[in-house]
Structures are given as structure tokens and as C-alpha cells.
Design a protein. Structure first.
Length: 170
């Protein structure tokens, strides 16, 4: 199946149209910063996208889930004014290799635990990083975030740990 590349974005597009794109760049940059602060290596493949990515190698992916009008956690059961904040829901996933069964022989318990130690590091670092996402400049705190960590099911020799983050788009 042939692939095509969309035409390049040119200078005629109004800068405000890039707010969500710039936000996604910022989320990925903050993930890199927090991992560097813990001196924990990240997989080399790092990107952001819309929708569900394929986990076919070690990678860090920020996935756009949705965008809504109102603050994080708003129940959306009442109309809001157009000047309300825009809130994005994103999933930050860190995908690493995991131990796999070789033929009919189950992996050793210690190998499973050693592999899971990376997922434990990722889960802790991600939940600790949520503070960075509520403070987009050095002078003001945001309205708060909602953060939930989940572990994915190992598949194809890879396993993800992800944080779903609900956050105001600055």
C-alpha cells in the first residue's frame, strides 16, 4: 500500500492554529525532561500522534485522545461559555521490551521481575511528572490535572506503561 506525505505547512497559516501541535510538542519535551532528571534512559523512538499507535518496538508515544471546552474534570453536563479553557486528554506511553516465553518453557520468575522493574520505574516517574504539566510557565500554576497510570498487557515482546493525562492546553 503506497504511503503519501501531506503537503508541507506554509507560512500563511495563522500561528494560533498551531496551539494544539505546540502543546503536543511541549508534553513530549516534558517527558524527556523528567526522565533526564531521574537519569533513566528512554527508548530512542519518541513521537506524538493522534489515536492508538502500534507498539512494534521500544518507544515513547504521546497520543492525542480528545479535546474539550472546559477545565480538567468538568463533567460536561452543562453548557459552558466559549472563553472557558480548552482541555486535552492525552496518553503518555513508555513501551519497553519484556520477557517472553521461549517455546513451551515459561520464563524464569526472576527474569519476569527484572523486566517488570522497568515498568515500575516508568509508572513512578510518570506519576511524579504530573506536577510539570500543571505549570507551563514559572509564574503561575494551572487549574490542576487528572493523571492515571496503567500497565498494558505484554504483546509481541513489548509492554507499555502509560499515563492518561487530562490537562488544560496553555
Amino acid at each position: 500500500m503506497p504511503t503519501s506525505t501531506p503537503p508541507p505547512l506554509d507560512g500563511s497559516i495563522v500561528e494560533d492554529a498551531f496551539n494544539l501541535s505546540n502543546f503536543m510538542d511541549g508534553v513530549l519535551d516534558r517527558v524527556r525532561q523528567v526522565y533526564a532528571s531521574y537519569n533513566v534512559p528512554l527508548p530512542a523512538r519518541q513521537y506524538w500522534t493522534f489515536g492508538e499507535p502500534a507498539y512494534d518496538c521500544e518507544q515513547v508515544v504521546v497520543s492525542f485522545i480528545n479535546l474539550y471546552l472546559g477545565p480538567p474534570g468538568d463533567e460536561a453536563n452543562r453548557p459552558v461559555k466559549c472563553n472557558q479553557p480548552r482541555t486535552a486528554v492525552v496518553r503518555i506511553s513508555v513501551v519497553r521490551q519484556t520477557v517472553v516465553q521461549q517455546g513451551t518453557k515459561a520464563p524464569k520468575a526472576q527474569d519476569i521481575e527484572d523486566s517488570a522493574r522497568w515498568q515500575a520505574l516508568d509508572a513512578w516517574i510518570l506519576i511524579e511528572s504530573n506536577q510539570l504539566f500543571d505549570n507551563w510557565d514559572e509564574f503561575a500554576n494551572g487549574p490542576g490535572v487528572i493523571a492515571t497510570i496503567t500497565a498494558g498487557t505484554a504483546s509481541g515482546g513489548y509492554q507499555e506503561v502509560s499515563m492518561q493525562l487530562t490537562i488544560t492546553v496553555p
